[in-house]
Design a protein around this ligand. Sequence first.
Ligand code: ADP
Ligand code: MG
Length: 593
Amino acid sequence: MRSTQVAALLAFALAALLPMLPGVPAYWLTLGSLIGLSAMVALGIVVLTGVAGVVSFGQAMFVGFGAYTTAILTTRYGWPPLATLPVAVLLTGLLAWGIGAITLRLKGHYLPVATIAWNISFFYLTGGLDAFGRFDGISGIPPITIAGLSFAGGASFYLLTLAILALMVVATANLLDSRAGRAIRALRGGVLAAESFGIDTGRARILAFVYAAVLAAISGWLYAHFQRAINPTPFSVTVSIDYLLMAVAGGVGQIGGALVGAGLVTLVRDKLQDVLPALLGTAGNFESIVFGFALILILQFAPEGLWPHLRRWVGRRPEAPAGSPVAAAPSPPPAGAPAGAPAPLLSVVHLRKTFGGLVAVDDLTFRVGAGEIVGLIGPNGAGKSTSFNLITGMLPANGGSIGFRGEELRGWPARRIAPLGLARTFQHVKLVDGMSVLDNVAIGAHLHGRAGPVAGALRLDRAEEARLFARARAALARVGLPGAGDTVAGELPLGQQRLVEIARALALEPALLLLDEPAAGLRHAEKQALAGLLRAVRASGVGVLLVEHDMDFVMELTDRLVVMNFGAELAQGRPAEIQANPAVVEAYLGSAA
Ligand code: ADP
Ligand code: MG
Protein backbone atom coordinates (compact mmCIF):
# COMPACT_ATOMS: atom_id res chain seq x y z
CA MET A 1 0.00 0.00 0.00
CA ARG A 2 1.17 3.52 -0.71
CA SER A 3 1.78 5.89 2.17
CA THR A 4 -1.10 8.09 1.00
CA GLN A 5 -3.47 5.13 1.20
CA VAL A 6 -2.24 4.31 4.69
CA ALA A 7 -2.72 7.92 5.71
CA ALA A 8 -6.25 7.94 4.29
CA LEU A 9 -7.13 4.71 6.08
CA LEU A 10 -5.76 6.09 9.33
CA ALA A 11 -7.66 9.34 8.93
CA PHE A 12 -10.95 7.51 8.35
CA ALA A 13 -10.31 5.13 11.25
CA LEU A 14 -9.60 8.06 13.56
CA ALA A 15 -12.66 9.92 12.34
CA ALA A 16 -14.78 6.82 12.98
CA LEU A 17 -13.59 6.75 16.57
CA LEU A 18 -14.81 10.28 17.25
CA PRO A 19 -18.28 9.29 18.54
CA MET A 20 -16.71 6.87 21.00
CA LEU A 21 -14.66 9.50 22.77
CA PRO A 22 -16.20 10.20 26.16
CA GLY A 23 -17.97 13.53 26.45
CA VAL A 24 -17.90 14.44 22.76
CA PRO A 25 -20.35 17.30 22.28
CA ALA A 26 -23.22 16.36 19.98
CA TYR A 27 -22.42 19.45 17.98
CA TRP A 28 -19.07 18.00 16.94
CA LEU A 29 -20.83 15.08 15.34
CA THR A 30 -23.16 17.43 13.49
CA LEU A 31 -20.21 19.42 12.28
CA GLY A 32 -18.40 16.21 11.34
CA SER A 33 -21.44 15.10 9.33
CA LEU A 34 -21.59 18.42 7.51
CA ILE A 35 -17.88 18.18 6.71
CA GLY A 36 -18.42 14.69 5.30
CA LEU A 37 -21.36 15.87 3.15
CA SER A 38 -19.33 18.78 1.82
CA ALA A 39 -16.32 16.58 1.19
CA MET A 40 -18.46 14.44 -1.15
CA VAL A 41 -19.22 17.47 -3.31
CA ALA A 42 -15.61 18.66 -3.18
CA LEU A 43 -14.48 15.20 -4.23
CA GLY A 44 -16.56 15.55 -7.38
CA ILE A 45 -14.95 18.93 -8.03
CA VAL A 46 -11.54 17.29 -7.79
CA VAL A 47 -12.46 15.13 -10.77
CA LEU A 48 -14.35 17.86 -12.63
CA THR A 49 -12.12 20.87 -12.08
CA GLY A 50 -8.85 19.46 -10.81
CA VAL A 51 -8.55 16.66 -13.32
CA ALA A 52 -10.81 17.52 -16.26
CA GLY A 53 -10.18 21.26 -15.96
CA VAL A 54 -13.87 22.23 -16.06
CA VAL A 55 -14.71 24.97 -13.58
CA SER A 56 -18.26 24.80 -12.21
CA PHE A 57 -19.95 27.35 -10.01
CA GLY A 58 -23.07 25.25 -9.94
CA GLN A 59 -22.37 22.14 -7.90
CA ALA A 60 -24.85 23.11 -5.17
CA MET A 61 -27.59 22.70 -7.78
CA PHE A 62 -26.77 19.01 -8.11
CA VAL A 63 -26.82 18.69 -4.33
CA GLY A 64 -30.28 20.20 -4.61
CA PHE A 65 -31.33 17.66 -7.25
CA GLY A 66 -30.59 14.86 -4.80
CA ALA A 67 -32.21 16.61 -1.86
CA TYR A 68 -35.42 17.62 -3.65
CA THR A 69 -35.85 14.24 -5.31
CA THR A 70 -35.92 12.41 -2.02
CA ALA A 71 -37.85 15.17 -0.20
CA ILE A 72 -40.66 15.04 -2.74
CA LEU A 73 -40.78 11.26 -3.07
CA THR A 74 -40.71 10.58 0.67
CA THR A 75 -43.09 13.32 1.86
CA ARG A 76 -45.64 13.30 -0.98
CA TYR A 77 -45.55 9.72 -2.20
CA GLY A 78 -44.53 7.90 0.94
CA TRP A 79 -41.41 6.28 -0.54
CA PRO A 80 -38.95 4.86 1.96
CA PRO A 81 -35.73 6.96 1.91
CA LEU A 82 -33.50 4.16 0.71
CA ALA A 83 -35.67 3.62 -2.38
CA THR A 84 -35.23 7.21 -3.50
CA LEU A 85 -31.42 7.02 -3.64
CA PRO A 86 -31.20 5.22 -7.00
CA VAL A 87 -33.83 7.59 -8.40
CA ALA A 88 -31.88 10.61 -7.18
CA VAL A 89 -28.66 9.25 -8.67
CA LEU A 90 -30.23 8.33 -11.99
CA LEU A 91 -32.21 11.51 -12.37
CA THR A 92 -29.23 13.68 -11.52
CA GLY A 93 -26.98 11.65 -13.80
CA LEU A 94 -29.39 12.10 -16.71
CA LEU A 95 -29.96 15.79 -16.09
CA ALA A 96 -26.22 16.38 -15.70
CA TRP A 97 -25.67 14.55 -18.97
CA GLY A 98 -28.16 16.81 -20.70
CA ILE A 99 -26.87 19.98 -19.07
CA GLY A 100 -23.31 18.92 -19.81
CA ALA A 101 -24.10 18.18 -23.45
CA ILE A 102 -25.43 21.70 -23.85
CA THR A 103 -22.97 23.54 -21.62
CA LEU A 104 -19.60 21.81 -21.99
CA ARG A 105 -19.32 22.94 -25.60
CA LEU A 106 -18.79 26.47 -24.34
CA LYS A 107 -15.25 27.72 -24.34
CA GLY A 108 -13.27 29.84 -21.91
CA HIS A 109 -15.18 31.86 -19.36
CA TYR A 110 -18.56 31.14 -20.89
CA LEU A 111 -18.67 27.70 -19.33
CA PRO A 112 -18.31 28.81 -15.68
CA VAL A 113 -20.80 31.61 -16.36
CA ALA A 114 -23.25 29.08 -17.76
CA THR A 115 -22.98 26.95 -14.61
CA ILE A 116 -23.84 30.04 -12.56
CA ALA A 117 -26.85 30.60 -14.77
CA TRP A 118 -28.05 27.02 -14.32
CA ASN A 119 -27.65 27.28 -10.56
CA ILE A 120 -29.55 30.57 -10.36
CA SER A 121 -32.35 29.17 -12.50
CA PHE A 122 -32.62 26.19 -10.21
CA PHE A 123 -32.72 28.44 -7.15
CA TYR A 124 -35.63 30.48 -8.46
CA LEU A 125 -37.38 27.46 -9.88
CA THR A 126 -37.42 25.68 -6.53
CA GLY A 127 -38.19 28.94 -4.75
CA GLY A 128 -41.06 29.83 -7.05
CA LEU A 129 -42.91 26.60 -7.72
CA ASP A 130 -45.44 25.01 -5.38
CA ALA A 131 -44.14 21.56 -6.28
CA PHE A 132 -40.90 22.46 -4.54
CA GLY A 133 -42.58 24.18 -1.62
CA ARG A 134 -41.40 27.60 -2.78
CA PHE A 135 -38.95 29.40 -0.49
CA ASP A 136 -40.47 27.69 2.57
CA GLY A 137 -39.21 24.43 1.19
CA ILE A 138 -40.31 20.94 2.17
CA SER A 139 -40.39 19.66 5.73
CA GLY A 140 -41.33 16.41 7.41
CA ILE A 141 -38.66 14.39 5.59
CA PRO A 142 -38.18 11.07 7.39
CA PRO A 143 -34.77 9.90 8.60
CA ILE A 144 -32.92 7.17 6.77
CA THR A 145 -33.63 3.66 8.05
CA ILE A 146 -31.66 0.65 6.91
CA ALA A 147 -32.72 -2.82 8.07
CA GLY A 148 -34.67 -1.37 10.95
CA LEU A 149 -31.81 0.87 12.09
CA SER A 150 -32.49 4.58 12.14
CA PHE A 151 -29.83 7.07 11.08
CA ALA A 152 -31.63 10.11 12.37
CA GLY A 153 -28.58 12.06 13.49
CA GLY A 154 -25.78 12.12 16.00
CA ALA A 155 -23.30 9.24 15.90
CA SER A 156 -25.33 7.00 13.57
CA PHE A 157 -25.71 9.56 10.81
CA TYR A 158 -22.12 10.68 11.24
CA LEU A 159 -20.84 7.13 10.77
CA LEU A 160 -23.13 6.54 7.78
CA THR A 161 -21.80 9.71 6.15
CA LEU A 162 -18.24 8.66 6.86
CA ALA A 163 -18.81 5.20 5.39
CA ILE A 164 -20.36 6.58 2.19
CA LEU A 165 -17.57 9.16 1.89
CA ALA A 166 -14.98 6.41 2.27
CA LEU A 167 -16.66 4.45 -0.54
CA MET A 168 -16.63 7.55 -2.72
CA VAL A 169 -12.94 8.14 -2.04
CA VAL A 170 -12.14 4.58 -3.06
CA ALA A 171 -14.35 4.76 -6.15
CA THR A 172 -12.81 8.08 -7.19
CA ALA A 173 -9.26 6.83 -6.73
CA ASN A 174 -10.17 3.72 -8.73
CA LEU A 175 -11.81 5.73 -11.48
CA LEU A 176 -8.83 8.04 -11.89
CA ASP A 177 -6.58 4.99 -12.04
CA SER A 178 -8.53 3.37 -14.87
CA ARG A 179 -8.86 3.61 -18.62
CA ALA A 180 -11.78 6.04 -18.38
CA GLY A 181 -9.92 8.05 -15.74
CA ARG A 182 -6.84 8.31 -17.91
CA ALA A 183 -9.07 9.63 -20.69
CA ILE A 184 -10.23 12.38 -18.32
CA ARG A 185 -6.68 13.10 -17.20
CA ALA A 186 -5.54 13.18 -20.81
CA LEU A 187 -7.59 16.36 -21.28
CA ARG A 188 -4.79 18.17 -19.45
CA GLY A 189 -2.30 17.26 -22.17
CA GLY A 190 -4.41 18.91 -24.83
CA VAL A 191 -7.62 17.84 -26.48
CA LEU A 192 -6.03 17.22 -29.89
CA ALA A 193 -3.28 15.02 -28.48
CA ALA A 194 -5.86 12.92 -26.64
CA GLU A 195 -8.11 12.69 -29.70
CA SER A 196 -5.21 11.53 -31.83
CA PHE A 197 -5.03 8.42 -29.65
CA GLY A 198 -8.70 7.69 -30.10
CA ILE A 199 -9.97 9.31 -26.92
CA ASP A 200 -13.40 10.91 -27.15
CA THR A 201 -12.57 14.07 -25.20
CA GLY A 202 -16.12 15.40 -25.30
CA ARG A 203 -17.29 12.21 -23.67
CA ALA A 204 -14.49 12.36 -21.10
CA ARG A 205 -15.59 15.86 -20.09
CA ILE A 206 -19.23 14.84 -19.79
CA LEU A 207 -18.22 11.80 -17.77
CA ALA A 208 -16.37 14.01 -15.28
CA PHE A 209 -19.36 16.34 -15.16
CA VAL A 210 -21.85 13.54 -14.53
CA TYR A 211 -19.60 11.89 -11.94
CA ALA A 212 -19.23 15.12 -9.97
CA ALA A 213 -22.98 15.72 -10.19
CA VAL A 214 -23.80 12.24 -8.91
CA LEU A 215 -21.50 12.59 -5.90
CA ALA A 216 -23.15 15.93 -5.18
CA ALA A 217 -26.63 14.39 -5.48
CA ILE A 218 -25.78 11.64 -3.00
CA SER A 219 -24.57 14.31 -0.62
CA GLY A 220 -27.88 16.14 -1.12
CA TRP A 221 -29.87 12.98 -0.55
CA LEU A 222 -28.11 12.47 2.79
CA TYR A 223 -28.47 16.13 3.67
CA ALA A 224 -32.25 16.10 3.20
CA HIS A 225 -32.63 13.17 5.58
CA PHE A 226 -30.24 14.76 8.04
CA GLN A 227 -31.92 18.18 8.21
CA ARG A 228 -35.38 16.63 7.71
CA ALA A 229 -36.40 19.86 6.00
CA ILE A 230 -34.98 21.66 2.99
CA ASN A 231 -35.37 24.99 1.22
CA PRO A 232 -33.53 26.56 -1.75
CA THR A 233 -30.84 28.38 0.29
CA PRO A 234 -28.30 25.55 0.76
CA PHE A 235 -28.41 24.94 -3.01
CA SER A 236 -27.65 28.46 -4.15
CA VAL A 237 -24.68 29.81 -6.09
CA THR A 238 -23.20 31.18 -2.86
CA VAL A 239 -22.91 27.66 -1.54
CA SER A 240 -21.53 26.46 -4.88
CA ILE A 241 -18.71 28.93 -4.38
CA ASP A 242 -18.07 27.47 -0.93
CA TYR A 243 -17.74 24.02 -2.49
CA LEU A 244 -15.34 25.32 -5.08
CA LEU A 245 -13.34 27.02 -2.33
CA MET A 246 -13.13 23.73 -0.43
CA ALA A 247 -11.69 21.91 -3.42
CA VAL A 248 -9.35 24.75 -4.33
CA ALA A 249 -8.16 25.39 -0.76
CA GLY A 250 -7.21 21.77 -0.33
CA GLY A 251 -5.59 21.40 -3.71
CA VAL A 252 -8.00 20.91 -6.55
CA GLY A 253 -6.28 18.02 -8.29
CA GLN A 254 -6.01 15.90 -5.16
CA ILE A 255 -8.48 13.61 -3.43
CA GLY A 256 -6.91 14.33 -0.05
CA GLY A 257 -7.21 18.02 -0.78
CA ALA A 258 -11.00 17.75 -1.05
CA LEU A 259 -11.22 16.22 2.42
CA VAL A 260 -8.88 18.74 4.01
CA GLY A 261 -10.56 21.65 2.24
CA ALA A 262 -14.07 20.54 3.22
CA GLY A 263 -13.00 20.26 6.84
CA LEU A 264 -11.27 23.57 6.87
CA VAL A 265 -13.95 25.62 5.12
CA THR A 266 -16.79 24.07 7.15
CA LEU A 267 -15.03 24.73 10.45
CA VAL A 268 -14.01 28.26 9.51
CA ARG A 269 -17.54 29.01 8.25
CA ASP A 270 -18.94 27.75 11.52
CA LYS A 271 -16.65 30.08 13.50
CA LEU A 272 -17.21 33.05 11.20
CA GLN A 273 -20.98 32.70 11.53
CA ASP A 274 -20.52 33.34 15.26
CA VAL A 275 -17.75 35.88 15.13
CA LEU A 276 -18.63 38.12 12.19
CA PRO A 277 -22.16 39.15 13.25
CA ALA A 278 -20.85 39.85 16.75
CA LEU A 279 -18.05 41.98 15.33
CA LEU A 280 -20.23 43.79 12.83
CA GLY A 281 -23.23 44.04 15.09
CA THR A 282 -25.76 42.77 12.54
CA ALA A 283 -26.76 39.40 11.22
CA GLY A 284 -26.02 38.38 7.63
CA ASN A 285 -24.05 35.99 5.49
CA PHE A 286 -20.81 37.88 5.92
CA GLU A 287 -18.78 34.70 5.69
CA SER A 288 -19.59 34.61 1.99
CA ILE A 289 -17.60 37.81 1.56
CA VAL A 290 -14.66 36.36 3.47
CA PHE A 291 -14.83 33.16 1.41
CA GLY A 292 -15.01 35.06 -1.84
CA PHE A 293 -11.82 36.89 -0.92
CA ALA A 294 -10.20 33.67 0.27
CA LEU A 295 -10.96 32.02 -3.07
CA ILE A 296 -9.39 34.92 -4.97
CA LEU A 297 -6.31 34.95 -2.70
CA ILE A 298 -5.76 31.20 -2.98
CA LEU A 299 -6.13 31.23 -6.75
CA GLN A 300 -3.67 34.11 -6.88
CA PHE A 301 -1.02 32.95 -4.44
CA ALA A 302 -1.40 29.23 -3.85
CA PRO A 303 -3.18 27.73 -6.84
CA GLU A 304 -1.91 24.31 -5.80
CA GLY A 305 -3.84 24.49 -2.51
CA LEU A 306 -2.83 23.12 0.85
CA TRP A 307 -2.71 19.43 0.01
CA PRO A 308 0.71 19.32 -1.69
CA HIS A 309 2.18 20.91 1.45
CA LEU A 310 0.41 18.50 3.80
CA ARG A 311 1.39 15.61 1.61
CA ARG A 312 5.03 16.46 2.05
CA TRP A 313 4.57 15.75 5.76
CA VAL A 314 2.84 12.49 5.02
CA GLY A 315 5.82 11.44 2.96
CA ARG A 316 6.17 10.07 -0.55
CA ARG A 317 8.22 12.63 -2.35
CA PRO A 318 7.98 12.57 -6.09
CA GLU A 319 10.65 10.34 -7.54
CA ALA A 320 13.65 11.80 -9.29
CA PRO A 321 13.82 11.45 -13.06
CA ALA A 322 15.30 8.16 -14.10
CA GLY A 323 17.58 9.74 -16.66
CA SER A 324 18.62 6.44 -18.16
CA PRO A 325 20.20 6.83 -21.57
CA VAL A 326 18.51 5.37 -24.59
CA ALA A 327 19.70 1.90 -25.37
CA ALA A 328 19.15 0.11 -28.62
CA ALA A 329 16.40 -1.94 -27.08
CA PRO A 330 15.53 -5.37 -28.38
CA SER A 331 12.37 -5.07 -30.37
CA PRO A 332 9.35 -7.19 -29.50
CA PRO A 333 7.34 -8.83 -32.26
CA PRO A 334 5.93 -6.67 -35.02
CA ALA A 335 3.20 -4.13 -34.66
CA GLY A 336 -0.10 -4.45 -36.40
CA ALA A 337 1.05 -3.96 -39.95
CA PRO A 338 1.11 -6.67 -42.53
CA ALA A 339 4.75 -7.38 -43.29
CA GLY A 340 5.93 -8.25 -46.76
CA ALA A 341 4.72 -6.39 -49.83
CA PRO A 342 5.61 -2.68 -49.76
CA ALA A 343 2.06 -1.66 -50.59
CA PRO A 344 1.51 2.09 -50.27
CA LEU A 345 0.20 2.53 -46.79
CA LEU A 346 -0.23 6.26 -47.02
CA SER A 347 -0.93 8.04 -50.25
CA VAL A 348 -1.10 11.82 -50.14
CA VAL A 349 -2.30 13.40 -53.39
CA HIS A 350 -2.45 17.12 -54.25
CA LEU A 351 -2.81 18.01 -50.58
CA ARG A 352 -3.49 21.67 -49.92
CA LYS A 353 -3.92 23.83 -46.83
CA THR A 354 -4.27 27.58 -46.54
CA PHE A 355 -4.33 29.80 -43.47
CA GLY A 356 -6.03 32.93 -44.73
CA GLY A 357 -3.76 34.14 -47.52
CA LEU A 358 -0.88 31.86 -46.56
CA VAL A 359 -0.55 28.61 -48.50
CA ALA A 360 1.03 26.34 -45.88
CA VAL A 361 0.76 23.14 -47.93
CA ASP A 362 0.63 23.51 -51.68
CA ASP A 363 -0.19 20.58 -53.97
CA LEU A 364 1.81 18.01 -52.02
CA THR A 365 1.92 14.44 -53.34
CA PHE A 366 3.87 11.52 -51.88
CA ARG A 367 3.55 7.96 -50.60
CA VAL A 368 4.78 5.96 -47.67
CA GLY A 369 4.90 2.18 -47.95
CA ALA A 370 4.77 -0.42 -45.21
CA GLY A 371 8.25 -1.14 -43.84
CA GLU A 372 9.66 2.08 -45.22
CA ILE A 373 11.10 5.20 -43.59
CA VAL A 374 10.33 8.33 -45.56
CA GLY A 375 11.87 11.63 -44.50
CA LEU A 376 9.91 14.87 -44.87
CA ILE A 377 12.46 17.67 -44.79
CA GLY A 378 12.68 21.35 -45.56
CA PRO A 379 13.31 24.72 -43.94
CA ASN A 380 11.32 25.97 -40.97
CA GLY A 381 7.87 27.02 -42.05
CA ALA A 382 7.94 24.77 -45.12
CA GLY A 383 4.68 23.08 -44.04
CA LYS A 384 5.93 19.80 -42.60
CA SER A 385 4.06 19.93 -39.27
CA THR A 386 0.97 21.22 -41.04
CA SER A 387 1.14 18.18 -43.35
CA PHE A 388 1.22 15.96 -40.26
CA ASN A 389 -1.80 17.75 -38.87
CA LEU A 390 -3.69 17.25 -42.13
CA ILE A 391 -2.84 13.55 -42.35
CA THR A 392 -3.80 12.88 -38.74
CA GLY A 393 -7.07 14.79 -38.94
CA MET A 394 -6.08 17.53 -36.54
CA LEU A 395 -6.62 20.15 -39.25
CA PRO A 396 -9.05 20.01 -42.19
CA ALA A 397 -7.42 20.13 -45.62
CA ASN A 398 -8.61 22.57 -48.29
CA GLY A 399 -7.93 20.20 -51.13
CA GLY A 400 -6.45 16.90 -52.22
CA SER A 401 -6.83 13.46 -50.76
CA ILE A 402 -5.26 11.31 -48.07
CA GLY A 403 -5.49 7.58 -48.67
CA PHE A 404 -4.57 5.30 -45.82
CA ARG A 405 -5.08 1.53 -45.81
CA GLY A 406 -7.79 1.77 -48.40
CA GLU A 407 -9.72 4.60 -46.73
CA GLU A 408 -10.01 8.21 -47.82
CA LEU A 409 -9.20 10.09 -44.61
CA ARG A 410 -9.95 13.61 -45.73
CA GLY A 411 -12.65 15.07 -43.50
CA TRP A 412 -12.19 12.44 -40.83
CA PRO A 413 -11.62 13.58 -37.24
CA ALA A 414 -8.42 12.45 -35.52
CA ARG A 415 -10.32 10.12 -33.22
CA ARG A 416 -11.55 8.04 -36.15
CA ILE A 417 -8.16 7.90 -37.83
CA ALA A 418 -6.19 6.54 -34.87
CA PRO A 419 -8.00 3.16 -34.82
CA LEU A 420 -6.84 2.54 -38.40
CA GLY A 421 -3.33 2.31 -37.02
CA LEU A 422 -1.95 5.80 -37.38
CA ALA A 423 0.04 7.25 -34.48
CA ARG A 424 2.14 10.38 -34.18
CA THR A 425 4.41 12.44 -31.99
CA PHE A 426 4.37 16.21 -31.74
CA GLN A 427 7.03 18.78 -32.53
CA HIS A 428 5.97 20.57 -29.34
CA VAL A 429 5.72 17.73 -26.83
CA LYS A 430 2.15 17.10 -25.69
CA LEU A 431 2.33 14.85 -22.65
CA VAL A 432 0.21 15.17 -19.51
CA ASP A 433 2.86 16.83 -17.36
CA GLY A 434 1.55 15.88 -13.95
CA MET A 435 0.94 12.24 -14.82
CA SER A 436 3.43 9.41 -14.59
CA VAL A 437 5.37 8.42 -17.69
CA LEU A 438 3.77 4.98 -17.71
CA ASP A 439 0.23 6.39 -17.49
CA ASN A 440 1.08 8.71 -20.36
CA VAL A 441 2.26 5.80 -22.49
CA ALA A 442 -0.86 3.84 -21.53
CA ILE A 443 -2.92 6.55 -23.22
CA GLY A 444 -1.40 5.26 -26.44
CA ALA A 445 -2.90 1.86 -25.64
CA HIS A 446 -6.36 3.35 -25.03
CA LEU A 447 -7.86 1.80 -28.16
CA HIS A 448 -6.70 -1.66 -27.09
CA GLY A 449 -9.05 -1.57 -24.10
CA ARG A 450 -12.81 -1.34 -23.64
CA ALA A 451 -13.44 -0.92 -19.90
CA GLY A 452 -15.77 1.95 -19.03
CA PRO A 453 -15.98 4.18 -15.98
CA VAL A 454 -18.21 1.88 -13.91
CA ALA A 455 -15.90 -1.08 -14.37
CA GLY A 456 -13.02 1.22 -13.49
CA ALA A 457 -14.60 2.62 -10.32
CA LEU A 458 -15.51 -0.90 -9.17
CA ARG A 459 -12.08 -2.33 -10.03
CA LEU A 460 -13.54 -4.86 -12.47
CA ASP A 461 -11.01 -3.84 -15.09
CA ARG A 462 -7.86 -5.33 -13.59
CA ALA A 463 -7.18 -7.99 -16.21
CA GLU A 464 -7.57 -5.53 -19.05
CA GLU A 465 -5.49 -2.91 -17.22
CA ALA A 466 -2.72 -5.43 -16.73
CA ARG A 467 -2.71 -6.04 -20.49
CA LEU A 468 -2.70 -2.33 -21.33
CA PHE A 469 0.14 -1.65 -18.92
CA ALA A 470 2.15 -4.61 -20.18
CA ARG A 471 1.85 -3.03 -23.62
CA ALA A 472 2.84 0.38 -22.24
CA ARG A 473 5.84 -1.07 -20.39
CA ALA A 474 7.01 -2.91 -23.49
CA ALA A 475 6.77 0.31 -25.52
CA LEU A 476 8.70 2.21 -22.86
CA ALA A 477 11.41 -0.44 -22.88
CA ARG A 478 11.62 -0.23 -26.66
CA VAL A 479 12.49 3.48 -26.55
CA GLY A 480 15.13 2.76 -23.92
CA LEU A 481 13.34 4.13 -20.86
CA PRO A 482 12.33 0.94 -19.03
CA GLY A 483 13.02 2.49 -15.62
CA ALA A 484 11.22 5.79 -16.14
CA GLY A 485 7.63 4.55 -15.75
CA ASP A 486 7.00 6.05 -12.32
CA THR A 487 8.61 9.39 -13.06
CA VAL A 488 6.29 12.37 -13.45
CA ALA A 489 6.39 13.07 -17.18
CA GLY A 490 6.98 16.81 -16.82
CA GLU A 491 10.13 16.17 -14.80
CA LEU A 492 11.96 14.38 -17.60
CA PRO A 493 14.41 16.28 -19.82
CA LEU A 494 12.77 17.36 -23.05
CA GLY A 495 14.69 14.87 -25.19
CA GLN A 496 13.38 12.01 -23.09
CA GLN A 497 9.86 13.41 -23.18
CA ARG A 498 10.10 13.03 -26.96
CA LEU A 499 11.03 9.39 -26.46
CA VAL A 500 8.04 8.96 -24.15
CA GLU A 501 5.87 10.34 -26.97
CA ILE A 502 7.36 7.73 -29.29
CA ALA A 503 6.58 5.04 -26.72
CA ARG A 504 3.00 6.34 -26.48
CA ALA A 505 2.70 6.16 -30.25
CA LEU A 506 4.16 2.64 -30.33
CA ALA A 507 1.70 1.52 -27.64
CA LEU A 508 -1.05 2.07 -30.21
CA GLU A 509 0.72 -0.55 -32.36
CA PRO A 510 0.51 1.63 -35.43
CA ALA A 511 0.84 0.62 -39.04
CA LEU A 512 2.16 4.10 -39.77
CA LEU A 513 4.20 6.20 -37.38
CA LEU A 514 4.52 9.96 -37.87
CA LEU A 515 7.46 11.49 -35.99
CA ASP A 516 7.86 15.27 -35.84
CA GLU A 517 11.49 16.11 -35.00
CA PRO A 518 12.04 13.15 -32.66
CA ALA A 519 15.81 13.60 -32.39
CA ALA A 520 15.67 17.24 -31.26
CA GLY A 521 17.29 17.54 -27.85
CA LEU A 522 18.89 14.09 -27.95
CA ARG A 523 22.60 13.51 -27.47
CA HIS A 524 24.65 11.70 -30.11
CA ALA A 525 24.44 8.28 -28.44
CA GLU A 526 20.73 8.73 -27.91
CA LYS A 527 20.24 9.57 -31.57
CA GLN A 528 22.11 6.41 -32.53
CA ALA A 529 19.82 4.39 -30.28
CA LEU A 530 16.76 6.11 -31.73
CA ALA A 531 17.95 5.25 -35.24
CA GLY A 532 18.31 1.62 -34.12
CA LEU A 533 14.79 1.65 -32.74
CA LEU A 534 13.35 3.11 -35.95
CA ARG A 535 15.14 0.48 -38.02
CA ALA A 536 13.58 -2.20 -35.83
CA VAL A 537 10.19 -0.54 -36.25
CA ARG A 538 10.70 -0.53 -40.02
CA ALA A 539 11.79 -4.16 -39.99
CA SER A 540 8.52 -5.04 -38.27
CA GLY A 541 6.61 -3.76 -41.30
CA VAL A 542 5.56 -0.39 -39.94
CA GLY A 543 5.79 2.65 -42.19
CA VAL A 544 7.52 5.71 -40.76
CA LEU A 545 7.18 9.31 -41.86
CA LEU A 546 9.94 11.34 -40.28
CA VAL A 547 10.37 15.10 -39.98
CA GLU A 548 13.86 15.90 -38.75
CA HIS A 549 16.50 18.61 -39.13
CA ASP A 550 19.57 16.52 -38.25
CA MET A 551 20.72 15.67 -41.77
CA ASP A 552 23.24 13.01 -40.74
CA PHE A 553 20.45 11.23 -38.90
CA VAL A 554 18.03 11.61 -41.82
CA MET A 555 20.42 10.59 -44.59
CA GLU A 556 21.59 7.52 -42.73
CA LEU A 557 18.15 6.29 -41.80
CA THR A 558 15.62 7.07 -44.49
CA ASP A 559 14.76 5.11 -47.60
CA ARG A 560 13.35 8.08 -49.46
CA LEU A 561 13.05 11.80 -48.92
CA VAL A 562 10.37 14.36 -49.72
CA VAL A 563 11.72 17.92 -49.66
CA MET A 564 9.30 20.77 -49.04
CA ASN A 565 9.81 24.48 -49.48
CA PHE A 566 7.13 27.16 -48.99
CA GLY A 567 4.49 24.46 -48.73
CA ALA A 568 5.32 22.88 -52.09
CA GLU A 569 7.37 19.88 -53.10
CA LEU A 570 10.90 20.77 -54.07
CA ALA A 571 12.20 17.27 -54.77
CA GLN A 572 11.72 13.60 -54.01
CA GLY A 573 14.21 10.77 -54.15
CA ARG A 574 16.78 8.62 -52.42
CA PRO A 575 19.01 10.35 -49.85
CA ALA A 576 22.01 10.34 -52.18
CA GLU A 577 19.96 11.89 -55.01
CA ILE A 578 18.62 14.56 -52.72
CA GLN A 579 22.07 15.43 -51.41
CA ALA A 580 23.24 15.95 -54.99
CA ASN A 581 20.20 18.02 -56.01
CA PRO A 582 21.32 21.64 -56.54
CA ALA A 583 17.89 23.10 -55.86
CA VAL A 584 17.68 21.31 -52.52
CA VAL A 585 21.21 22.31 -51.58
CA GLU A 586 20.43 25.92 -52.33
CA ALA A 587 17.08 26.04 -50.55
CA TYR A 588 17.85 23.90 -47.53
CA LEU A 589 20.88 21.64 -47.29
CA GLY A 590 23.39 24.43 -47.81
CA SER A 591 22.11 26.19 -44.74
CA ALA A 592 21.41 23.01 -42.77
CA ALA A 593 24.98 21.82 -43.22
P1 ADP B 1 7.28 23.37 -40.52
O1 ADP B 1 6.77 22.31 -39.62
O2 ADP B 1 7.71 22.87 -41.83
O3 ADP B 1 8.35 24.18 -39.87
P2 ADP B 1 4.64 24.43 -40.30
O4 ADP B 1 3.84 23.38 -40.94
O5 ADP B 1 4.63 24.47 -38.81
O6 ADP B 1 6.12 24.40 -40.84
O7 ADP B 1 4.16 25.84 -40.82
C1 ADP B 1 3.95 26.14 -42.19
C2 ADP B 1 3.42 27.54 -42.32
O8 ADP B 1 2.09 27.59 -41.88
C3 ADP B 1 4.20 28.55 -41.48
O9 ADP B 1 4.29 29.75 -42.23
C4 ADP B 1 3.34 28.74 -40.30
O10 ADP B 1 3.52 30.00 -39.75
C5 ADP B 1 1.95 28.54 -40.84
N1 ADP B 1 1.02 27.95 -39.87
C6 ADP B 1 1.15 26.76 -39.27
N2 ADP B 1 0.11 26.51 -38.47
C7 ADP B 1 -0.70 27.60 -38.56
C8 ADP B 1 -1.94 27.96 -37.98
N3 ADP B 1 -2.59 27.13 -37.14
N4 ADP B 1 -2.48 29.15 -38.29
C9 ADP B 1 -1.85 29.98 -39.15
N5 ADP B 1 -0.69 29.71 -39.75
C10 ADP B 1 -0.10 28.53 -39.46
MG1 MG C 1 7.33 21.81 -37.74
